[in-house]
Design a protein. Structure first.
Length: 189
């Protein structure tokens, strides 16, 4: 009786430790897939050491939350390897929803980078199956697509651009019929 109880207790502890899904958080898996992070030009890989990436996951597309820790881009330009990440809100062998967010290392997060006009970006929300069991068997995010970082113009730049467009619109607007308009000397009205 005692041996049976210990065996059941041991199984319960092991089963409980694998009660969360696992994902291998990398944008490159040898001979399987590659989803690099690009600079704003869309052609050049983002430099290693300049960008953080963070995995967001959840049981559905509307309940994503950060999981794991932010990972620094590298050692190769455009690529990262965050290792095995536990997804607490998704059971093993179940489909979860994921998004990868990225931002410049000088910012405290993606929203901060966007507000400061630094590089930032995110993938579309995509589904992927989690795995269970030992961490070395975690599934990669095969549905992950490449991401192009974007700089967000600051408020001052948008104000100057808007003001310039307004001045152009006012300058090129034709005068209404019957209004007084100064004509250059020598012209016939």
């Amino acid at each position: 009786m005692k041996k049976t109880f210990i065996a059941v207790l041991g199984f319960a502890i092991v089963a409980e430790s694998w009660a969360q899904g696992l994902i291998y958080f990398s944008n490159w898996v040898w001979n399987r897939f590659s989803a690099p992070v690009f600079q704003p030009d869309g052609r050049t890989y983002a430099p290693a050491g300049s960008i953080y990436v963070q995995l967001h996951a959840g049981p559905d597309a509307n309940s994503l939350a950060p999981v794991g820790v932010p990972v620094l881009l590298g050692p190769r330009d455009g690529f990262y390897d965050g290792g095995t990440v536990t997804i607490p809100s998704v059971a093993p062998w179940e489909m979860g929803w994921f998004q990868v967010q990225a931002w410049a290392v000088t910012a405290t997060g993606m929203d901060n980078a966007r507000a400061r006009g630094l590089w930032w970006g995110s993938t579309e929300v995509f589904p992927s199956q989690t795995s269970g069991g030992p961490p070395e068997y975690a599934y990669p995010l095969f549905s992950l697509k490449s991401m192009t970082l974007v700089p967000e113009p600051g408020a001052g730049a948008l104000l100057v651009l808007g003001g310039g467009l307004w001045l152009l619109a006012v300058r090129w607007r034709s005068a209404p019929a019957g209004s007084f308009r100064a004509e250059p000397p020598g012209s016939n009205p």
